[in-house]
Design a protein around this ligand. Sequence first.
Ligand SMILES: Cc1cc2nc3c(=O)[nH]c(=O)nc-3n(C[C@H](O)[C@H](O)[C@H](O)COP(=O)(O)OP(=O)(O)OC[C@H]3O[C@@H](n4cnc5c(N)ncnc54)[C@H](O)[C@@H]3O)c2cc1C
Ligand code: SF4
Length: 439
Amino acid sequence: MKDSAGDNRGGLQELLPPLTTHEAAVEAARCLMCFDAPCTHACPTHIDIPRFIKKIATGNLRGSARAILESNLLGATCARVCPVQELCEGACVLGSERKPIAIGRLQRHAMDYVYRRGIDLLQAGEATGKKVAVIGAGPAGLTCSGELAKLGHSVTLYERRALAGGLSTYGIIVLREPMEVALAEVAMVQRLGVRLETGKDVGNDPSIADLHAGFDALFLSVGLGPTPQLGIPGEEFIVDGLDYIECSKLDPSRLTVGKNVVVIGAGNTAIDCATIARRLGAERVTMVYRRSENEMTAYPHEYDFVKREGVGLWFLAQPLKVHAENGAVKALECVRVQLGATDSSGRRSPQAIAGSTIMIPADQIVKAIGQNKPSLASQLRLATEKGFIRVNADFETSVPGVFAGGDCIRARGAASTVMAVQDGKLAAHAIHQRLVNHG
Ligand SMILES: Cc1cc2nc3c(=O)[nH]c(=O)nc-3n(C[C@H](O)[C@H](O)[C@H](O)COP(=O)(O)OP(=O)(O)OC[C@H]3O[C@@H](n4cnc5c(N)ncnc54)[C@H](O)[C@@H]3O)c2cc1C
Ligand code: SF4
Protein backbone atom coordinates (compact mmCIF):
# COMPACT_ATOMS: atom_id res chain seq x y z
CA MET A 1 0.00 0.00 0.00
CA LYS A 2 1.46 3.35 -0.92
CA ASP A 3 1.17 6.57 1.02
CA SER A 4 -1.82 8.27 -0.58
CA ALA A 5 -0.92 11.80 0.54
CA GLY A 6 0.85 12.68 -2.67
CA ASP A 7 -1.66 10.91 -4.90
CA ASN A 8 -3.45 13.91 -6.40
CA ARG A 9 -5.85 12.91 -9.20
CA GLY A 10 -8.03 15.81 -10.18
CA GLY A 11 -9.32 16.63 -6.70
CA LEU A 12 -10.08 13.05 -5.67
CA GLN A 13 -7.09 12.36 -3.43
CA GLU A 14 -7.50 11.24 0.19
CA LEU A 15 -8.74 14.30 2.08
CA LEU A 16 -6.79 14.00 5.34
CA PRO A 17 -3.01 13.76 5.02
CA PRO A 18 -1.27 11.12 7.15
CA LEU A 19 0.19 12.27 10.47
CA THR A 20 3.96 12.58 10.56
CA THR A 21 5.82 10.62 13.24
CA HIS A 22 6.21 13.84 15.22
CA GLU A 23 2.55 14.83 14.88
CA ALA A 24 1.44 11.34 15.94
CA ALA A 25 3.71 11.41 18.99
CA VAL A 26 2.43 14.85 20.05
CA GLU A 27 -1.21 13.81 19.56
CA ALA A 28 -0.71 10.51 21.41
CA ALA A 29 0.90 12.37 24.31
CA ARG A 30 -2.30 14.44 24.75
CA CYS A 31 -4.32 11.28 25.60
CA LEU A 32 -5.26 11.08 29.28
CA MET A 33 -5.23 7.23 29.11
CA CYS A 34 -8.59 7.09 30.88
CA PHE A 35 -9.39 4.01 32.94
CA ASP A 36 -12.55 2.30 31.59
CA ALA A 37 -12.26 4.74 28.68
CA PRO A 38 -15.50 6.12 27.20
CA CYS A 39 -13.95 6.06 23.69
CA THR A 40 -13.47 2.29 23.91
CA HIS A 41 -17.12 1.86 24.92
CA ALA A 42 -18.20 4.13 22.06
CA CYS A 43 -16.26 2.13 19.44
CA PRO A 44 -18.59 -0.62 18.14
CA THR A 45 -15.61 -3.03 17.97
CA HIS A 46 -14.36 -1.94 21.42
CA ILE A 47 -10.75 -1.38 20.44
CA ASP A 48 -8.65 -0.71 23.57
CA ILE A 49 -7.95 2.84 22.43
CA PRO A 50 -5.80 4.08 25.35
CA ARG A 51 -3.61 0.96 24.93
CA PHE A 52 -2.99 1.48 21.21
CA ILE A 53 -2.39 5.20 21.70
CA LYS A 54 0.06 4.56 24.54
CA LYS A 55 2.05 2.28 22.24
CA ILE A 56 2.23 5.06 19.64
CA ALA A 57 3.46 7.44 22.35
CA THR A 58 6.28 5.00 23.19
CA GLY A 59 7.19 4.43 19.52
CA ASN A 60 5.88 0.84 19.45
CA LEU A 61 3.83 1.00 16.24
CA ARG A 62 3.77 -2.76 15.71
CA GLY A 63 2.34 -3.23 19.20
CA SER A 64 -0.15 -0.48 18.54
CA ALA A 65 -1.37 -2.10 15.31
CA ARG A 66 -1.58 -5.46 17.07
CA ALA A 67 -3.80 -3.94 19.79
CA ILE A 68 -6.10 -2.55 17.07
CA LEU A 69 -6.24 -5.81 15.09
CA GLU A 70 -7.13 -7.80 18.20
CA SER A 71 -10.55 -6.11 18.13
CA ASN A 72 -10.90 -4.96 14.55
CA LEU A 73 -9.34 -6.76 11.57
CA LEU A 74 -10.12 -3.84 9.25
CA GLY A 75 -8.43 -1.16 11.36
CA ALA A 76 -6.97 0.67 8.35
CA THR A 77 -10.37 1.04 6.68
CA CYS A 78 -12.22 1.95 9.87
CA ALA A 79 -9.57 4.56 10.74
CA ARG A 80 -10.61 6.38 7.57
CA VAL A 81 -14.34 5.77 7.19
CA CYS A 82 -15.71 5.65 10.72
CA PRO A 83 -17.95 8.56 11.66
CA VAL A 84 -15.57 9.24 14.55
CA GLN A 85 -17.44 12.39 15.60
CA GLU A 86 -20.40 10.17 16.45
CA LEU A 87 -18.31 7.30 17.91
CA CYS A 88 -14.91 7.18 19.63
CA GLU A 89 -13.90 10.84 19.26
CA GLY A 90 -17.40 11.99 20.19
CA ALA A 91 -16.94 10.25 23.56
CA CYS A 92 -13.42 11.63 24.26
CA VAL A 93 -13.43 13.44 27.61
CA LEU A 94 -11.16 16.15 26.19
CA GLY A 95 -13.85 17.04 23.66
CA SER A 96 -16.00 18.92 26.17
CA GLU A 97 -13.42 21.67 26.67
CA ARG A 98 -10.74 21.17 24.04
CA LYS A 99 -10.24 19.18 20.86
CA PRO A 100 -10.88 15.42 21.22
CA ILE A 101 -7.92 13.14 20.53
CA ALA A 102 -7.66 12.39 16.78
CA ILE A 103 -8.29 8.68 17.39
CA GLY A 104 -9.07 7.82 13.76
CA ARG A 105 -5.90 9.46 12.45
CA LEU A 106 -3.74 7.81 15.12
CA GLN A 107 -5.30 4.43 14.26
CA ARG A 108 -4.49 5.08 10.60
CA HIS A 109 -0.90 6.00 11.55
CA ALA A 110 -0.36 2.65 13.30
CA MET A 111 -2.12 0.55 10.63
CA ASP A 112 -0.39 2.24 7.69
CA TYR A 113 2.97 1.67 9.39
CA VAL A 114 2.55 -2.12 9.30
CA TYR A 115 0.88 -2.33 5.86
CA ARG A 116 3.50 -0.11 4.22
CA ARG A 117 6.25 -2.35 5.57
CA GLY A 118 4.46 -5.62 4.76
CA ILE A 119 4.44 -6.64 8.42
CA ASP A 120 2.04 -9.50 9.21
CA LEU A 121 0.95 -9.58 12.84
CA LEU A 122 -1.65 -12.35 12.75
CA GLN A 123 -1.43 -16.09 12.13
CA ALA A 124 -3.85 -18.85 11.19
CA GLY A 125 -4.85 -21.16 14.05
CA GLU A 126 -4.13 -24.87 14.24
CA ALA A 127 -6.34 -26.66 11.70
CA THR A 128 -9.68 -27.89 13.10
CA GLY A 129 -10.77 -29.74 9.96
CA LYS A 130 -14.00 -27.68 9.82
CA LYS A 131 -15.03 -25.87 6.66
CA VAL A 132 -16.98 -22.63 6.45
CA ALA A 133 -18.28 -20.85 3.33
CA VAL A 134 -18.54 -17.07 3.56
CA ILE A 135 -20.68 -15.37 0.92
CA GLY A 136 -19.81 -11.75 0.14
CA ALA A 137 -16.33 -10.25 0.64
CA GLY A 138 -17.26 -6.87 2.11
CA PRO A 139 -16.22 -5.79 5.62
CA ALA A 140 -18.53 -8.31 7.36
CA GLY A 141 -17.41 -11.27 5.21
CA LEU A 142 -13.72 -10.38 5.32
CA THR A 143 -13.78 -10.02 9.09
CA CYS A 144 -15.72 -13.24 9.65
CA SER A 145 -13.33 -15.10 7.31
CA GLY A 146 -10.20 -13.73 8.96
CA GLU A 147 -11.45 -14.45 12.49
CA LEU A 148 -12.44 -18.01 11.53
CA ALA A 149 -9.01 -18.57 9.95
CA LYS A 150 -7.36 -17.34 13.18
CA LEU A 151 -9.40 -20.03 14.97
CA GLY A 152 -8.10 -22.74 12.61
CA HIS A 153 -11.12 -23.23 10.34
CA SER A 154 -10.81 -23.68 6.60
CA VAL A 155 -12.64 -20.76 4.95
CA THR A 156 -13.71 -20.23 1.35
CA LEU A 157 -14.86 -16.66 0.69
CA TYR A 158 -17.11 -16.25 -2.35
CA GLU A 159 -17.42 -12.85 -4.02
CA ARG A 160 -19.60 -11.91 -6.99
CA ARG A 161 -17.45 -8.99 -8.13
CA ALA A 162 -13.98 -9.07 -9.68
CA LEU A 163 -12.44 -7.46 -6.59
CA ALA A 164 -13.11 -8.18 -2.92
CA GLY A 165 -13.69 -5.47 -0.30
CA GLY A 166 -17.39 -4.74 -0.94
CA LEU A 167 -18.33 -1.09 -0.59
CA SER A 168 -14.88 -0.26 0.85
CA THR A 169 -13.47 -1.12 -2.58
CA TYR A 170 -16.28 0.04 -4.85
CA GLY A 171 -18.47 2.44 -2.84
CA ILE A 172 -16.55 4.68 -0.45
CA ILE A 173 -15.13 7.70 -2.23
CA VAL A 174 -11.38 8.06 -2.63
CA LEU A 175 -11.45 11.25 -0.56
CA ARG A 176 -12.18 9.05 2.43
CA GLU A 177 -10.61 5.73 1.48
CA PRO A 178 -8.37 4.98 -1.49
CA MET A 179 -9.02 1.56 -2.99
CA GLU A 180 -5.49 0.33 -2.16
CA VAL A 181 -6.31 0.45 1.57
CA ALA A 182 -9.27 -1.92 1.19
CA LEU A 183 -7.30 -4.23 -1.08
CA ALA A 184 -4.36 -4.37 1.35
CA GLU A 185 -6.78 -5.68 3.99
CA VAL A 186 -8.19 -8.25 1.56
CA ALA A 187 -4.64 -9.48 0.92
CA MET A 188 -3.97 -9.70 4.68
CA VAL A 189 -7.06 -11.91 5.13
CA GLN A 190 -5.90 -14.11 2.24
CA ARG A 191 -2.48 -14.48 3.87
CA LEU A 192 -4.30 -15.97 6.89
CA GLY A 193 -5.19 -18.84 4.56
CA VAL A 194 -8.67 -17.73 3.48
CA ARG A 195 -9.38 -18.96 -0.05
CA LEU A 196 -10.96 -16.13 -2.03
CA GLU A 197 -13.07 -17.01 -5.07
CA THR A 198 -14.10 -13.89 -6.98
CA GLY A 199 -16.58 -13.81 -9.84
CA LYS A 200 -18.82 -16.31 -7.98
CA ASP A 201 -22.47 -15.38 -7.75
CA VAL A 202 -23.73 -17.58 -4.93
CA GLY A 203 -27.30 -18.68 -5.50
CA ASN A 204 -26.52 -19.26 -9.17
CA ASP A 205 -23.00 -20.65 -9.28
CA PRO A 206 -22.38 -22.20 -6.82
CA SER A 207 -25.87 -22.93 -5.53
CA ILE A 208 -26.69 -22.77 -1.84
CA ALA A 209 -27.43 -26.52 -1.95
CA ASP A 210 -23.84 -27.13 -3.15
CA LEU A 211 -22.49 -25.05 -0.29
CA HIS A 212 -24.71 -26.78 2.28
CA ALA A 213 -23.38 -30.12 1.12
CA GLY A 214 -19.73 -29.08 1.10
CA PHE A 215 -19.38 -26.96 4.26
CA ASP A 216 -20.06 -27.23 8.00
CA ALA A 217 -21.52 -23.70 8.24
CA LEU A 218 -22.39 -20.74 5.99
CA PHE A 219 -22.09 -17.01 6.68
CA LEU A 220 -24.08 -14.61 4.51
CA SER A 221 -22.52 -11.15 4.24
CA VAL A 222 -24.09 -10.10 0.97
CA GLY A 223 -24.78 -6.45 1.82
CA LEU A 224 -27.72 -4.76 0.12
CA GLY A 225 -28.96 -4.65 -3.46
CA PRO A 226 -28.86 -2.00 -6.20
CA THR A 227 -30.43 1.47 -6.06
CA PRO A 228 -34.26 1.26 -6.21
CA GLN A 229 -36.37 2.70 -9.03
CA LEU A 230 -37.97 6.12 -8.56
CA GLY A 231 -40.71 5.16 -10.99
CA ILE A 232 -40.84 8.53 -12.79
CA PRO A 233 -40.95 9.28 -16.53
CA GLY A 234 -37.49 9.78 -18.00
CA GLU A 235 -35.79 7.67 -15.30
CA GLU A 236 -33.70 6.01 -18.04
CA PHE A 237 -31.72 9.28 -18.30
CA ILE A 238 -30.80 9.24 -14.62
CA VAL A 239 -27.32 8.04 -13.61
CA ASP A 240 -27.09 5.51 -10.76
CA GLY A 241 -25.22 7.00 -7.78
CA LEU A 242 -23.40 3.79 -6.86
CA ASP A 243 -22.15 3.43 -10.46
CA TYR A 244 -21.08 7.09 -10.38
CA ILE A 245 -18.98 6.54 -7.27
CA GLU A 246 -17.61 3.23 -8.53
CA CYS A 247 -16.45 4.81 -11.78
CA SER A 248 -14.81 7.67 -9.84
CA LYS A 249 -12.79 5.03 -7.98
CA LEU A 250 -11.95 2.62 -10.78
CA ASP A 251 -11.30 5.09 -13.57
CA PRO A 252 -12.21 8.77 -13.03
CA SER A 253 -11.14 9.57 -16.60
CA ARG A 254 -14.13 7.50 -17.85
CA LEU A 255 -16.65 9.34 -15.68
CA THR A 256 -18.84 11.86 -17.47
CA VAL A 257 -19.64 14.75 -15.13
CA GLY A 258 -22.19 17.40 -16.13
CA LYS A 259 -21.77 21.14 -15.69
CA ASN A 260 -25.08 21.45 -13.87
CA VAL A 261 -25.66 18.32 -11.78
CA VAL A 262 -28.72 17.46 -9.70
CA VAL A 263 -28.36 14.70 -7.11
CA ILE A 264 -31.58 13.11 -5.85
CA GLY A 265 -31.33 12.08 -2.18
CA ALA A 266 -29.82 13.47 1.02
CA GLY A 267 -28.04 10.54 2.63
CA ASN A 268 -24.30 9.92 2.79
CA THR A 269 -24.26 8.39 -0.72
CA ALA A 270 -25.95 11.50 -2.15
CA ILE A 271 -23.36 13.67 -0.41
CA ASP A 272 -20.58 11.55 -1.88
CA CYS A 273 -22.04 11.87 -5.40
CA ALA A 274 -22.39 15.63 -5.00
CA THR A 275 -18.79 15.87 -3.77
CA ILE A 276 -17.48 13.89 -6.74
CA ALA A 277 -19.42 16.05 -9.20
CA ARG A 278 -18.06 19.23 -7.59
CA ARG A 279 -14.50 18.02 -7.48
CA LEU A 280 -14.54 16.68 -11.04
CA GLY A 281 -15.62 19.94 -12.59
CA ALA A 282 -19.38 20.52 -12.21
CA GLU A 283 -20.05 24.25 -11.98
CA ARG A 284 -23.29 23.82 -10.12
CA VAL A 285 -24.42 20.89 -7.96
CA THR A 286 -27.81 20.76 -6.28
CA MET A 287 -29.15 18.05 -4.00
CA VAL A 288 -32.90 17.51 -4.08
CA TYR A 289 -34.64 15.91 -1.11
CA ARG A 290 -38.32 15.24 -0.55
CA ARG A 291 -38.15 15.75 3.20
CA SER A 292 -36.58 18.51 5.32
CA GLU A 293 -33.14 19.06 6.86
CA ASN A 294 -34.39 17.35 10.05
CA GLU A 295 -35.08 14.04 8.29
CA MET A 296 -31.77 13.87 6.38
CA THR A 297 -29.94 10.60 7.00
CA ALA A 298 -26.48 12.05 6.23
CA TYR A 299 -24.15 12.59 9.18
CA PRO A 300 -24.16 16.26 10.33
CA HIS A 301 -20.39 16.59 9.64
CA GLU A 302 -20.93 15.29 6.08
CA TYR A 303 -23.74 17.80 5.55
CA ASP A 304 -21.48 20.61 6.78
CA PHE A 305 -18.72 19.34 4.47
CA VAL A 306 -20.88 19.34 1.36
CA LYS A 307 -22.12 22.85 2.10
CA ARG A 308 -18.50 23.98 2.31
CA GLU A 309 -17.93 22.31 -1.08
CA GLY A 310 -20.48 24.76 -2.50
CA VAL A 311 -23.32 22.27 -3.06
CA GLY A 312 -26.86 23.69 -2.96
CA LEU A 313 -29.87 21.91 -1.44
CA TRP A 314 -33.55 21.90 -2.39
CA PHE A 315 -35.57 20.51 0.52
CA LEU A 316 -39.24 19.46 0.35
CA ALA A 317 -39.14 18.81 -3.39
CA GLN A 318 -40.25 15.48 -4.86
CA PRO A 319 -39.04 14.48 -8.36
CA LEU A 320 -41.87 14.02 -10.88
CA LYS A 321 -40.25 13.79 -14.30
CA VAL A 322 -36.94 14.09 -16.15
CA HIS A 323 -37.09 16.45 -19.13
CA ALA A 324 -34.74 15.50 -21.97
CA GLU A 325 -34.30 16.51 -25.60
CA ASN A 326 -32.62 14.20 -28.11
CA GLY A 327 -31.30 12.11 -25.23
CA ALA A 328 -29.78 15.10 -23.39
CA VAL A 329 -31.09 15.91 -19.91
CA LYS A 330 -32.52 19.43 -19.57
CA ALA A 331 -34.29 19.60 -16.21
CA LEU A 332 -35.81 17.74 -13.28
CA GLU A 333 -39.42 18.60 -12.69
CA CYS A 334 -40.41 18.42 -9.01
CA VAL A 335 -43.45 19.19 -6.94
CA ARG A 336 -43.14 21.02 -3.62
CA VAL A 337 -44.30 18.93 -0.66
CA GLN A 338 -45.23 19.39 2.96
CA LEU A 339 -44.66 16.79 5.66
CA GLY A 340 -47.63 14.82 6.95
CA ALA A 341 -47.98 11.84 9.28
CA THR A 342 -45.09 9.56 10.26
CA ASP A 343 -44.61 6.65 7.81
CA SER A 344 -43.10 3.13 8.18
CA SER A 345 -39.57 4.58 8.15
CA GLY A 346 -40.41 6.55 11.31
CA ARG A 347 -40.17 9.85 9.42
CA ARG A 348 -42.91 12.29 8.41
CA SER A 349 -44.14 11.47 4.91
CA PRO A 350 -44.09 14.06 2.11
CA GLN A 351 -47.43 15.17 0.62
CA ALA A 352 -47.59 17.05 -2.66
CA ILE A 353 -48.81 20.65 -2.62
CA ALA A 354 -51.19 20.99 -5.58
CA GLY A 355 -50.04 23.33 -8.35
CA SER A 356 -46.54 23.82 -6.93
CA THR A 357 -44.36 22.24 -9.61
CA ILE A 358 -40.85 23.58 -10.10
CA MET A 359 -38.33 22.99 -12.85
CA ILE A 360 -34.70 22.53 -11.77
CA PRO A 361 -32.37 22.94 -14.77
CA ALA A 362 -29.78 20.15 -15.08
CA ASP A 363 -27.60 18.47 -17.68
CA GLN A 364 -26.98 15.44 -15.46
CA ILE A 365 -29.17 13.83 -12.80
CA VAL A 366 -27.78 11.30 -10.35
CA LYS A 367 -29.94 9.26 -7.98
CA ALA A 368 -28.68 8.22 -4.58
CA ILE A 369 -31.76 7.06 -2.72
CA GLY A 370 -30.48 4.04 -0.81
CA GLN A 371 -30.23 0.37 -1.74
CA ASN A 372 -32.75 -2.46 -2.20
CA LYS A 373 -33.03 -5.16 0.45
CA PRO A 374 -30.90 -8.35 0.01
CA SER A 375 -32.51 -10.56 -2.66
CA LEU A 376 -30.84 -13.73 -1.40
CA ALA A 377 -33.14 -13.61 1.66
CA SER A 378 -36.28 -14.34 -0.36
CA GLN A 379 -34.43 -16.75 -2.66
CA LEU A 380 -33.44 -18.85 0.38
CA ARG A 381 -36.81 -18.29 2.08
CA LEU A 382 -35.08 -16.89 5.16
CA ALA A 383 -37.16 -15.13 7.80
CA THR A 384 -36.83 -11.36 7.42
CA GLU A 385 -37.46 -8.19 9.38
CA LYS A 386 -38.41 -5.15 7.26
CA GLY A 387 -36.82 -7.00 4.31
CA PHE A 388 -33.49 -7.55 6.10
CA ILE A 389 -32.34 -11.07 7.05
CA ARG A 390 -33.48 -11.88 10.58
CA VAL A 391 -30.85 -13.36 12.91
CA ASN A 392 -30.81 -14.40 16.57
CA ALA A 393 -28.27 -13.28 19.20
CA ASP A 394 -25.74 -15.70 17.67
CA PHE A 395 -26.21 -14.23 14.16
CA GLU A 396 -27.95 -17.44 13.04
CA THR A 397 -30.76 -17.09 10.50
CA SER A 398 -34.02 -19.05 10.49
CA VAL A 399 -32.12 -21.85 8.68
CA PRO A 400 -29.87 -23.76 11.13
CA GLY A 401 -26.19 -23.56 10.27
CA VAL A 402 -26.69 -20.46 8.11
CA PHE A 403 -25.42 -17.30 9.80
CA ALA A 404 -25.57 -13.70 8.54
CA GLY A 405 -24.17 -10.24 9.36
CA GLY A 406 -23.41 -6.76 8.06
CA ASP A 407 -25.76 -4.51 6.09
CA CYS A 408 -28.01 -7.44 5.09
CA ILE A 409 -29.23 -7.79 8.72
CA ARG A 410 -29.26 -4.08 9.66
CA ALA A 411 -33.02 -3.67 10.21
CA ARG A 412 -32.32 -1.07 12.90
CA GLY A 413 -29.72 1.68 13.20
CA ALA A 414 -27.45 3.17 10.56
CA ALA A 415 -25.37 0.83 8.42
CA SER A 416 -21.65 1.40 8.81
CA THR A 417 -18.39 -0.40 8.13
CA VAL A 418 -17.43 -0.72 11.78
CA MET A 419 -20.82 -2.32 12.60
CA ALA A 420 -20.30 -4.82 9.77
CA VAL A 421 -16.83 -5.61 11.15
CA GLN A 422 -18.26 -6.21 14.62
CA ASP A 423 -20.99 -8.49 13.21
CA GLY A 424 -18.37 -10.49 11.29
CA LYS A 425 -16.23 -10.88 14.41
CA LEU A 426 -19.08 -11.90 16.73
CA ALA A 427 -20.58 -14.25 14.13
CA ALA A 428 -17.18 -15.95 13.67
CA HIS A 429 -17.01 -16.63 17.40
CA ALA A 430 -20.60 -17.97 17.42
CA ILE A 431 -19.84 -20.23 14.42
CA HIS A 432 -16.66 -21.43 16.15
CA GLN A 433 -18.60 -22.33 19.32
CA ARG A 434 -21.13 -24.25 17.22
CA LEU A 435 -18.44 -26.15 15.33
CA VAL A 436 -16.35 -27.10 18.36
CA ASN A 437 -19.28 -27.91 20.66
CA HIS A 438 -21.60 -29.66 18.23
CA GLY A 439 -19.15 -30.99 15.65
C1 LIG B 1 -21.75 5.20 -1.11
C2 LIG B 1 -21.56 4.66 0.28
C3 LIG B 1 -20.70 5.31 1.13
C4 LIG B 1 -20.52 4.81 2.43
N1 LIG B 1 -19.67 5.48 3.25
C5 LIG B 1 -19.47 5.00 4.49
C6 LIG B 1 -18.57 5.65 5.38
O1 LIG B 1 -17.98 6.66 5.04
N2 LIG B 1 -18.39 5.12 6.60
C7 LIG B 1 -19.03 3.97 7.01
O2 LIG B 1 -18.80 3.52 8.13
N3 LIG B 1 -19.89 3.34 6.20
C8 LIG B 1 -20.13 3.83 4.95
N4 LIG B 1 -21.00 3.18 4.12
C9 LIG B 1 -21.64 1.95 4.60
C10 LIG B 1 -20.65 0.78 4.53
O3 LIG B 1 -19.96 0.79 3.31
C11 LIG B 1 -21.41 -0.54 4.71
O4 LIG B 1 -22.12 -0.48 5.94
C12 LIG B 1 -20.46 -1.74 4.72
O5 LIG B 1 -19.72 -1.82 3.53
C13 LIG B 1 -21.28 -3.02 4.92
O6 LIG B 1 -20.44 -4.13 4.79
P1 LIG B 1 -21.04 -5.53 4.31
O7 LIG B 1 -19.90 -6.47 4.33
O8 LIG B 1 -22.25 -5.87 5.09
O9 LIG B 1 -21.59 -5.28 2.83
P2 LIG B 1 -20.89 -4.79 1.46
O10 LIG B 1 -19.76 -3.89 1.71
O11 LIG B 1 -22.01 -4.31 0.63
O12 LIG B 1 -20.33 -6.14 0.84
C14 LIG B 1 -21.18 -7.16 0.38
C15 LIG B 1 -20.42 -8.00 -0.63
O13 LIG B 1 -21.19 -9.16 -0.96
C16 LIG B 1 -21.08 -9.40 -2.37
N5 LIG B 1 -22.24 -10.22 -2.77
C17 LIG B 1 -23.54 -9.86 -2.75
N6 LIG B 1 -24.32 -10.90 -3.17
C18 LIG B 1 -23.47 -11.93 -3.46
C19 LIG B 1 -23.67 -13.25 -3.93
N7 LIG B 1 -24.90 -13.75 -4.18
N8 LIG B 1 -22.58 -14.04 -4.11
C20 LIG B 1 -21.32 -13.56 -3.87
N9 LIG B 1 -21.08 -12.29 -3.41
C21 LIG B 1 -22.15 -11.50 -3.21
C22 LIG B 1 -21.07 -8.00 -2.95
O14 LIG B 1 -20.56 -7.98 -4.26
C23 LIG B 1 -20.19 -7.26 -1.95
O15 LIG B 1 -18.82 -7.35 -2.29
C24 LIG B 1 -21.21 3.65 2.84
C25 LIG B 1 -22.09 3.01 1.96
C26 LIG B 1 -22.27 3.51 0.69
C27 LIG B 1 -23.25 2.84 -0.22
S1 SF4 C 1 -12.78 1.43 14.75
FE1 SF4 C 1 -13.74 3.40 14.25
S2 SF4 C 1 -15.00 3.89 16.08
FE2 SF4 C 1 -13.53 2.28 16.68
S3 SF4 C 1 -11.75 3.42 17.53
FE3 SF4 C 1 -11.32 3.04 15.37
S4 SF4 C 1 -12.02 4.89 14.29
FE4 SF4 C 1 -12.98 4.91 16.34
